[in-house]
Design a protein around this ligand. Structure first.
Ligand code: SAM
Length: 216
């Protein structure tokens, strides 16, 4: 079966989970097979995480869908992603914000930063900037951000990320070591925060100054 057919089937499968139309449309456009290594291209449209090297993974499509859905992403938004990995999640968000919006995505592993940049280029995305750094510090040159998507699990919500989120902004972040929960954070207009627990998830650890230490 051609990739396009497989992608349609995957999107139909994800639709069953009640994911919004904008996310489904974006996922219907992003060629996930361009975000995995050659030997895994045939598995690219299975709803499963896949290895991308350096003990890291491209997240399962349904998890990308859930995170993009709860963020209520709109055209023109500026978004910060922590954990670029393959660049796939960034590409889905790039589709959603359109040419007027921009995604800043931070990856701490040099090889993956390069991998993601190459993948994004071959898929034709020009509204994503990948930065090699410790994402727990955020990225102050472009702050504040209307949305933040953290794709690895933190011990707690990093303070720099809270500070760099716009008033009225939304962040989604997995929190916990062995028992992790996906937390939806709203920054209210008065600068206070509300948090909602969306349930149990499994992510690789967020490693950095406001994350875990390398050895976990
Ligand atoms: N969003 C990715 C995708 O679409 O392929 C999947 C991300 S993977 C589950 C988590 C990524 O977070 C890994 O690539 C890992 O190296 C990265 N990471 C972990 N700690 C980080 C940190 N402090 N700053 C930036 N990236 C980090």
């Amino acid at each position: 079966m051609e990739y396009e057919e497989k992608r349609k089937e995957l999107v139909n499968q994800i639709k069953e989970e009640g994911i919004g139309k904008q996310v489904l449309e974006a996922m219907g456009k992003v060629p996930r097979h361009l975000f995995v290594s050659k030997d895994l291209k045939n598995s690219a449209y299975i709803d499963s995480p896949l290895p991308i090297g350096n003990r890291q993974t491209i997240s399962a499509p349904h998890m990308v869908a859930i995170m993009c859905d709860v963020l209520k992403i709109e055209k023109g938004m500026k978004i910060l992603e922590i954990g670029t990995g393959s660049g796939y999640n960034a590409a889905v968000m790039a589709e959603m914000v359109g040419k007027e919006g921009h995604i800043y995505s931070i990856e701490r592993i040099s090889f993956l930063k390069q991998f993601a940049e190459n993948n994004l280029k071959s898929a034709g995305y020009t509204n994503v900037t990948v930065i090699e750094a410790d994402g727990t510090l955020g990225y102050s040159p472009e702050a504040p951000y209307e949305r933040m998507c953290v794709t690895s699990a933190a011990p707690s919500i990093p303070q720099p990320l809270k500070e760099q989120l716009s008033a009225g902004g939304i962040m989604v972040i997995p929190v916990g070591k062995y028992m992790q929960n996906l937390i939806l954070v709203h920054k209210l207009d008065d600068g206070t925060f509300s948090e909602e627990n969306l349930g149990g998830v499994i992510f690789v650890p967020l490693i950095g100054k406001y994350g875990y230490r390398e050895s976990i």
